[in-house]
Every structure is written in structure tokens, then in C-alpha cells.
Design a protein around this ligand. Structure first.
Ligand code: SAH
Ligand code: SF4
Ligand code: F3S
Length: 470
């Protein structure tokens, strides 16, 4: 049994990482043929991509996928700790699984992801959720086959969570959930320690993959017909800092843009590490999509300081306008937290005025959620939840009306759309523009998913556009 510990997770001493290749123990390959699995994923794209690896490892063991958890012999919850409601959702699901296990004694249940890195969660599982067969963390995803097999063979709960990052594993098998768009990890972990955030504790230190491994993966995707890659990291702009003297995110973006991949995206960008070189490269290469996610969190420099974000309102705006001025037609989206401890009505109004100035193309807005073990928990907070909810509502009204206005301005324009499928509405296709807008559209001629087509915009909604193929 290995239990997580935040003190250890917080430490950031210099260390080197072995880079090893994934191998599957031949003795357990296809051992579970005939059994069905269901993976439920919460949280960010990184978790979604981890689940793509989990599915592939399970299929190597012989399991086949089912979309209905009631039908499964093995259910894995890949969890997220970012806010309390993510937490609650996973525990709610564990409650349902408990009932299911009463009827189905052989059901295997596993929990992984960021919640597994939290000691309080693991303690709760040890005490009240004894029916959970195994728990593993974000640092030992690759050990899943071994852990499942041990749980079965020993018929005993397995808790295998490490607080410190171990080896960097290449060559994990993957079953991608989309045939045209692929996620590619470029950097793991986060060293920013924003005071509200749990990620540096659950995902460990910033560790970059070797550029050769990344380029090789993208090249393989090109060969397999993929049209879009999204480079993933909690803070992709820190890419290379831990590994190279003079090779960073700007260089990597440029090297990837030179490959034959029609669309390159990346997320998430922390404003702190956003270099001029990156902006220049995004503007220069037409296959780097002109769409940047640049979380601001707050428009008040006082709150940004309390959040430990390392930039001010002014320096954020400077960067924002530099990107807008250098990259033609770029869209910028953001994340905003309201109700951070100490946020006054004036601070909130500064966020509102920043939103009016930036007119973001998309914004994910949240009420501050206290995460155990993070420094923000110790800050004094005099604002009631009701007031925070009101702020969120006021903010959402403004951001939503801006989205709609911006979308309306696109009516009559022609956008390039990567076709992903047919919509629920009959005879409609859907896909995303270069600027990452969701577009539902009609077409006189049949088209193939994975094609990139020109679509004239005919109508605008808050969250999507309608159009017809020309
Ligand atoms: N690495 C990314 C953010 C990843 S988490 C970045 O720094 O830009 C995604 C978003 O969740 C954050 O941008 C933040 O807006 C929100 N978030 C993180 N911790 C939170 C908390 N404790 N309460 C509310 N929102 C939070
Ligand atoms: Fe969390 Fe900040 Fe790291 Fe983003 S940069 S993952 S908000 S600590
Ligand atoms: Fe959640 Fe972990 Fe991602 S906390 S947002 S799943 S890195």
C-alpha cells in the first residue's frame, strides 16, 4: 500500500527523471477476454487523454468497452479535484456503484486521477468505501494492468498512490476517442502554485517530454490521417524549461507547425510564460490555429496578487493586446474565478471592466472553491455564498451577451470548418472553425468527416453558429 502525502507532493527539489518505455506483462495480456469495462472521466483534457490510455491498457488485458456502466464487469472513475462539485460528482457515482456491487458481487471498481492524490479521499475510501477494489494515482497510470491483476489475484483492496513523480513513461498504448483530433501531452505537472489551486499537488512537478518523442507522435498521427492535434499541459508555455537550455514552447510550436498537420492547438497557456517568440510563431504559421486560451482569473491586481498569478491587470492587458495585434483574427478565451477570499465589490467590478475591454470569445466562469491544503484556505473570506452567486450571474450575463454579439458579427462570413460528424438535427453536420467556434451546417453534397470545408455563416447563437457549406 502506498498512500499520498501533500508535504511530499509540494516539494520541488531538483531531480532527473528516467524515461522508460511502457511494457505489458505477457502473462496478463488478454487474460480478461470476455469481461467488459466502463471508464467514467471527470475534469480536464489531460484526464480525458489519460482515459484514452486507460482504455487501451484495459483492451490489452482483453476487456471490451461498454457505454453502460450497469453492464460492466469493471468500472474505473478517473476523477478531478479542481472544485468541490467535481469531488461530489465522483462520490455520488461511488454511491451508485455501491448499490450495483450489492447485486453484482464480482464487479471490480477502481478510482484514479487527481482525487486519488488527495490523502483525505484515500482515507475516506479506506474507511467507508471498502468495496472499491483499487486506487492508483496520476503518477503511476502505467501500472494499471499490474494493479488490476493484483486486486483480482489477491482479492484484496489495492491502494497504490505516489506523491512524487516517478519515471516519465513513453509508448503508453492509446485508443483515441476522436478519429480526426488528437491530444498530445507535451508537459506534465505544474510549478506555479496559484494559491487556490490543487493541481501542483495532484500532478507534481513540471516535466517536459523530449521534443523528439513529441514530434514522432505527431508524425504518426499525420500518417494515421489525423487533422488536428492539441498540445496538452497544465501550463504548456513552460515547455522545455526543465529539460533544455535553449529550446522552449515557441521552438516546439514552430517545429510542429512544419509537420504536415493541418491544425495545431495548445492548452493551457499561463500568461506568465507567454513569450514574444510564441506570439510570432502563432502569427506566422497558418496551421497554428488563431485561438488562444489565456486564463485571467480576475481583473483586480490586488486579487491576482493574492492568487499568486505572477501578473497584474495591466501586464495581462498588455499581453492580450500584443496577441490581438500580432495574430490576425485571433480569438481569445479565458477562465475567471469570482468570490476569491478578499474580493470586494470594487475588485469584482474591475473583473467586469476587464471583460468589457477584452470581449473574450469564450469564458469559463467559476465560484472560488476551497481546496484543502492550498494556501487560499487560510485567507479571510467575508463574502457570502449568495453574494458570490450573484456576482457569477452578473458576470455570466455580460460574457454571454458579448459571445452573442461577436457571433452575430460573423453572419455572412465564410469560415473553414473541420467536419466532425452529423448533428442531432437531421441533415446537419457539425465541426469547429479555426477560431474554435462550434458550427452546425447544411451541405448540398455529401461530405466526409475529417474534411475541412468552407461554410457561410447564416445565423448566430450564444454558443454556436449555423451555416451552409459553399
Ligand atoms: N493551468 C490552467 C488552469 C487549469 S484549472 C491555468 O493556470 O490557466 C482550470 C480552471 O479552473 C482555472 O483556470 C481556474 O479558473 C479554475 N480553478 C482552479 N482552481 C479553482 C478553485 N479552487 N476554485 C474555483 N475555480 C478554480
Ligand atoms: Fe493551477 Fe495555477 Fe498551475 Fe493553472 S498555473 S494548474 S491555476 S497552479
Ligand atoms: Fe481536474 Fe486534475 Fe485536470 S484536478 S482539472 S483532472 S489536472
Amino acid at each position: 500500500m502506498h498512500l499520498p502525502d501533500y508535504k511530499e507532493a509540494r516539494s520541488r527539489d531538483k531531480r532527473t527523471y528516467n524515461r522508460i518505455n511502457f511494457t505489458l506483462d505477457k502473462n496478463i495480456e488478454k487474460k480478461y477476454v470476455g469481461k467488459k469495462y466502463h471508464v467514467k472521466t471527470y475534469g480536464c483534457q489531460m484526464n480525458e487523454h489519460d482515459s484514452e490510455n486507460i482504455c487501451a491498457m484495459l483492451e490489452a488485458l482483453g476487456f471490451t468497452k461498454t457505454d453502460d456502466y450497469l453492464d460492466a464487469d469493471l468500472v474505473i472513475l478517473n476523477t478531478c479535484s479542481i472544485r468541490e462539485n467535481a469531488h461530489n460528482k465522483a462520490f455520488g457515482m461511488l454511491g451508485r456503484l455501491k448499490h450495483l456491487k450489492n447485486e453484482k458481487k464480482d464487479l471490480l471498481i477502481g478510482l484514479c486521477g487527481c482525487m486519488a492524490q488527495e490523502r483525505s479521499v484515500v482515507d475516506e475510501i479506506l474507511k467507508d468505501y471498502k468495496f472499491v477494489n483499487f486506487v492508483f494515482g496520476t503518477h503511476n497510470l502505467y501500472e494499471l494492468p499490474k494493479i488490476i491483476d493484483k486486486a483480482v489475484e489477491e482479492n484484496k483492496q489495492q491502494i497504490e498512490v505516489y506523491s512524487r513523480e516517478g519515471d516519465l513513461v513513453e509508448g503508453l498504448p492509446v485508443i483515441r476517442s476522436n478519429s480526426y483530433k488528437a491530444y498530445v501531452n507535451i508537459i506534465y505537472g505544474c510549478d506555479k502554485f496559484c494559491t487556490y489551486c490543487i493541481v501542483p499537488y495532484t500532478r507534481g512537478r513540471e516535466r517536459s517530454r523530449k521534443k523528439e518523442d513529441i514530434l514522432e507522435e505527431v508524425n504518426e498521427l499525420v500518417k494515421d490521417g489525423y487533422k488536428e492535434v492539441t498540445l496538452l499541459g497544465q501550463n504548456v508555455n513552460a515547455y522545455g524549461k526543465d529539460l533544455y537550455e535553449d529550446y522552449n514552447m515557441g521552438d516546439l510550436l514552430e517545429d510542429i507547425a512544419k509537420l504536415d498537420i493541418p491544425r495545431v492547438r495548445f492548452m493551457t497557456s499561463h500568461p506568465w510564460d507567454f513569450t514574444d517568440k510564441m506570439i510570432e510563431v502563432i502569427g506566422k504559421y497558418p496551421n497554428i490555429m488563431p485561438s488562444v486560451h489565456l486564463p485571467v482569473q480576475s481583473g483586480s491586481s490586488k486579487i491576482l496578487k493574492l492568487m499568486g498569478r505572477r501578473y497584474t491587470r495591466e501586464s495581462y492587458l498588455e499581453l492580450f493586446h500584443k496577441i490581438k495585434d500580432t495574430v490576425p483574427g485571433v480569438t481569445i478565451s479565458t477562465d475567471i474565478i469570482v468570490g476569491f477570499p478578499g474580493e470586494t465589490e470594487e475588485d469584482f467590478l474591475e473583473t467586469m471592466s476587464l471583460v468589457e475591454e477584452c470581449r473574450f470569445d469564450n469564458a469559463f466562469t467559476f465560484i472560488f472553491s476551497e481546496r484543502e491544503g492550498t494556501p487560499a484556505c487560510k485567507l479571510e473570506d467575508n463574502t457570502s455564498l449568495k453574494e458570490k452567486e450573484e456576482r457569477l450571474q452578473r458576470l455570466n450575463e455580460v460574457v454571454n451577451s458579448i459571445f452573442l454579439e461577436k457571433n452575430k458579427a460573423l453572419v455572412g462570413k465564410t469560415l473553414k470548418v473541420l467536419v466532425e460528424g452529423t448533428s442531432e438535427k437531421k441533415d446537419m453536420y457539425f465541426g469547429y472553425s479555426e477560431t474554435n467556434k462550434l458550427i452546425n451546417f447544411t451541405s448540398d453534397k455529401d461530405i466526409l468527416c475529417g474534411d475541412i470545408v468552407d461554410v457561410e455563416i447564416t445565423d448566430a447563437k450564444t454558443w454556436s453558429l449555423d451555416g451552409k457549406r459553399i
